[in-house]
Design a protein around this ligand. Structure first.
Ligand SMILES: *[C@@H]1O[C@H](CO)[C@@H](O)[C@H](O)[C@H]1NC(C)=O
Length: 942
């Protein structure tokens, strides 16, 4: 062949390869500059293609850097470099690098796609720039434990997607900003669940405007500031609140009575203020466990009735002018701690017989004259400086204290082992180099630190969080539970590596980000943060021979590379420009009354419904018709004028999306037509409302039917059929929908069963058009337990991420258990069961008992094999959905043969007529606490 042709072929091929892997040159430039100016960056940052060569801590989408996680790796620098130029960055975590002594420059505003900014425990200084208010996509902002100064920028109020705001432990001054005619404020953050502003020098009153009933706040944590004035009664309107910490400020006046309306509050801290008036009546706070009101100037009072009427475990009311006798029914079995020192309590102390072991009672400096002593009491009691312990009365309660012995969990059951330097014996008796640090909790709902229930819960939750994204963690241990001066509970945490003796940088960074991002529900504990100790022992990167060879080959193509990247960049720029033009908003359509005017969405079958019609058919959105709810709003059942029974999903204020987005969504949904996919019937966009109208599916979710919360018994053949139906639904989305759709949140509570037990896949709230990179800024979404570990690492969602989630659903069909239960992850449990017996039949240990004996389940082995292939660690090793369908069909054929049946008969619609009321369509099933439906950003969905 002509050599010139060869040359062209070569150039073209090379360009194809380069276009596929080359990183955007601008991003390369930014990272290269970091590499030369920051100390201790990963040694493996080599070459000129961070995306293609997978630099540690970096992930890309379409050749652009979208994730930068460098937590806990010991970076040192005096400036953040040109990070603000990584314009497609979505996730930035630099936490736990004490050596970052930088300011946060105003140019941070260029990170328009940023959803997550975590800078916990660095040495950032200077003010928080006002321009931070331009990061409209931000969901998580964690700037705690730095040295930021100046005031809280009011512009943070513009971050309407924000869920988590943590500015604690800085040196911030000024007042808490609220909105006024000219400026935004924190009261605008209707989606925020967390206000953590503790341990700063904030002053002025807590503005009444900070709170309103449209907010979603669960944690208000502003302790240890210099806030003054009264507690605004508006706080009583935020019914979602669970933790309120206003302690250690200079708050004065009477506590508003409606605080007691907060029925979800579990922990209330008002101590160390100047509060006056009557002791607050907390009778209405029916969820309260922990109350601390010490050191205030309340009016003289007897022991309030709520001491006994609520199920409190901790009552701290030192120095609050309490008087009279302590009723003996205060000492009920739930009580863990009663601290009433420095009051005027008198009479007889009678602690009865039913107090809990390890009870702590501190009554020093009171006027108690008598003690009814039961034999063999087991508590820690302090009644020093009471008449009963004066003048030679030396009952042993006057002197005895039970010493507090901190425990370690799991307890060390290893034979004596001597490990080399830096190594520590893991709970599994191996010598490893652990990653170590302290987990600190802003609040906790208990006070008996000896009770292992609390340790175990934390231990199992952390462990399953690591397992669910398959981090190489062998085991963890928790020790030294202590309370610090601010009453923050803290544990020392050792995390031991599994595959090697040490962690590499990516693992340390991922561990840090998983803990600090706190995506797991954690009973008994409030929000937390994690401060690490410098990890000593990252592996050093040996430069291998192959590296040199590749290096020289690559070197030979440097010129080609430059040309190619210039070309790619040019194309990219042009595409961006075109896209920007296309994105011109469909302005008229977005107008309130404009649904008939302007650029109406092009819909295939779904129709436009009037607000009036939907209002009528749901009886004015009455509670009786509500069949589900979630972060986006509520779902109602109704019957349209046409007679169709439908489920109406109504976005709540704050979850509304832009006109363009909404239009895209309904156009996309209306194109989906398949019998195994829930169909969109219509939509409403009127009067500031956005509603989607779906067909009503009567038999509820697969999850409810598996847990027995619904009434249908699912035998093995029915489960095979459900697996097949839902696999077909997902296959349709991937392979036949136009354009193809990734589901992104496949889980058993998103699979609905109709009258005939036909399974239908629901909730495309997270779906995204394949290859449509306009959705690039979509944050990490999905449900822990179902989430593809590869996706968590790369933030790049593929069809194979859906396959992973689907594999977890298949395992649920076999075991009927939640993906994460009691801290155990289904994938690992099933794998263990198989490994132990060396045969999938070992599964009987995890099999759903309702299925009967495994010998009677034809095809079970193949089914589990299929499920396990779907949850392979690497996407490339997983089958495609089409292959999954074919394999399930094979299994069904086999099963039918072996039962001597006829497949058409087996699946006849015998169940017509059963109508389940338990219906939690479209996920977000709030009732299912065990399923760990973690709102990654689900609150953001719409
Ligand atoms: C430990 O705490 C749990 C949860 O509050 C409680 O149910 C249990 O009774 C406690 N155990 C002891 C020994 O106090």
């Amino acid at each position: 062949m002509d050599s010139r042709i060869w040359l062209w072929v070569m150039i073209i091929c090379t360009q194809i390869v380069l276009i596929a892997t080359v990183t955007d040159p601008n991003d390369v430039a930014v990272l290269s500059a970091l590499k030369s100016s920051w100390k201790n960056l990963p040694r493996k940052w080599k070459g000129s293609d961070p995306c293609g060569r997978k630099w540690e801590g970096i992930n890309c989408t379409n050749s652009r850097v979208t994730t930068l996680i460098l937590a806990g790796i010991g970076v040192r620098t005096n400036g953040i470099g040109d990070i603000p130029s990584l314009s497609m960055l979505q996730y930035l975590d630099l936490s736990n690098n004490k050596g970052i002594r930088a300011i946060l420059p105003p140019s941070i505003q260029n990170l328009k796609n940023l959803t997550t900014l975590i800078l916990v425990g660095c040495s950032f200084r200077g003010p928080i720039p006002d321009s931070i208010g331009s990061l409209k996509q931000l969901v998580f902002l964690g700037l705690n434990n730095n040295s930021f100064i100046g005031s809280i920028p009011p512009s943070i109020g513009n971050l309407t997607n924000l869920s988590w705001l943590d500015l604690s432990q800085n040196q911030l001054t000024g007042s808490i900003p609220v909105s006024n005619a000219t400026s935004p404020g924190l009261d605008n953050l209707l989606k925020a669940k967390h206000f953590h502003l503790a341990n700063n020098r904030l002053s002025g009153p807590i503005p009444p405007k900070l709170f309103n009933s449209n907010m979603s706040l669960i944690h208000v944590i502003v302790n240890n500031n210099q806030l003054s004035g009264t507690i605004p009664s508006t706080i009583g309107t935020v019914k979602t609140l669970e933790v309120v910490r206003l302690d250690s400020n200079s708050l004065s006046g009477t506590v508003p009575q409606n605080l007691s309306d907060l029925k979800s509050v579990t922990e209330l801290y008002l101590s160390n203020n100047k509060l006056s008036g009557p002791v607050p009546n907390l009778l209405g706070m029916s969820s309260l466990f922990y109350v601390d009101m010490s050191n205030n100037s309340f009016d003289k009072s007897d022991i309030p009735t709520w001491f006994t009427r609520l199920s409190l475990n901790t009552i701290l009311m030192e120095n609050t002018q309490l008087q009279g006798e302590i009723p003996s029914d205060v000492f009920h079995p739930q009580l863990e701690s009663l601290v009433l020192s420095n009051n005027n309590l008198n009479g007889t102390l009678d602690i009865g017989n039913s107090y809990s072991t390890n009870l702590i009672v501190d009554l020093k400096n009171n006027s108690i004259a008598n003690f009814v002593q039961n034999s063999g009491y087991n508590l820690s009691l302090n009644i020093d400086n009471n008449p009963i312990c004066e003048g030679g009365s030396t009952g042993r309660y006057c002197t005895t204290r039970k010493p507090y012995v901190p425990i370690t969990l799991p307890s060390n059951r290893c034979p004596p082992v001597k490990c080399g330097s830096s190594k520590v014996v893991s709970p599994n008796c191996k010598c490893k180099i652990p990653y170590t640090g302290t987990v600190l909790f802003y609040s906790h709902s208990f006070s008996n630190l000896d009770n292992t229930t609390y340790y175990t819960t934390l231990h199992n939750t952390l462990m399953s969080a690591f397992q669910s994204i398959q981090l190489p963690v062998d085991s963890i241990s928790l020790s030294n539970a202590t309370l610090d001066e601010y009453n923050y509970l803290q544990y020392r945490l050792h995390i031991f590596p599994s595959s090697q003796d040490y962690f590499n940088r990516s693992s340390v960074a991922s561990i840090g980000t998983v803990i600090n991002r706190q995506l797991f529900p954690l009973p008994f504990y409030g929000p937390l943060f994690f401060l690490d100790e410098n990890y000593c022992c990252f592996p050093e990167n040996k430069s291998s021979n192959s590296g040199i060879v590749i290096g020289s080959v690559v070197g030979g193509f440097v010129i080609l590379l430059l040309i190619a990247s210039a070309v790619t960049y040019g194309i990219y720029q042009k595409r961006q420009a075109t896209k920007a033009k296309q994105n011109t908003p469909f302005a008229t359509w977005g107008l309130d009354n404009g649904s008939e005017a302007g650029d109406v969405p092009q819909l295939k079958e779904a129709r436009w419904c009037s607000f009036e019609e939907l209002r009528r058919c749901t009886d004015n959105f009455s509670e009786d018709n509500m069949i589900g709810s979630g972060g986006y709003g509520k779902v109602y059942k109704g019957t349209l004028d046409t007679g169709h029974v439908v489920a109406i999903k109504r976005a709540q204020q704050g979850s509304l999306q832009g006109a363009q987005q909404f239009k895209n969504e309904i156009e996309k949904l209306s194109r989906v037509h398949h019998k195994n996919v829930v169909a969109l019937v219509g939509f409403c966009y009127e009067k500031g409302e956005q509603m989607l109208v779906y067909e009503y599916i009567s038999n509820g979710t697969l999850r409810d039917n598996l847990t027995g919360e619904a009434r249908i018994k699912l035998d093995w053949m029915k489960r095979l059929k459900i697996a097949l139906d839902s696999a077909k639904g997902v296959t349709y989305l991937h392979e036949h929908a136009d354009p193809p759709i990734l589901h992104r949140d496949i889980k058993s509570s998103n699979i609905l069963l109709d009258d005939h037990l036909t399974a239908k896949v629901a909730d495309f709230g997270l779906s995204k058009l394949l290859g449509d990179d306009s959705n690039i800024s979509t944050q990490i979404q999905g449900t822990i337990g179902y989430m593809d570990p590869e996706y968590f690492e790369t933030h790049r969602v593929t069809e194979k991420s859906d396959v992973y989630s689907f594999g977890v659903v298949l395992l649920e069909l076999v075991t009927a258990r939640s993906p994460i239960k009691n801290g155990k992850y289904i994938v690992i449990e099933v794998q263990d069961a198989i490994d132990k017996s060396g045969h999938p039949n070992g599964l009987y240990t995890v099999l759903d008992p309702a299925l009967g004996s495994f010998q009677t389940l034809p095809g079970l082995t193949k089914f589990v094999d299929l499920a396990m292939s779907c949850v392979e660690k690497l996407g490339v090793d997983r089958p495609k959905m089409g292959e999954v369908v074919r394999e399930i069909e094979n299994i069904i054929d086999l099963a039918v043969l072996s039962t001597g049946g006829d497949s058409s008969l087996t699946f006849s619609s015998q169940n017509t007529g059963i109508v389940g009321d338990l219906y939690h369509p479209y996920g977000d099933s709030v009732s299912d606490a065990s399923s760990l439906t973690v709102p990654f950003e689900t609150e953001l969905r719409r």
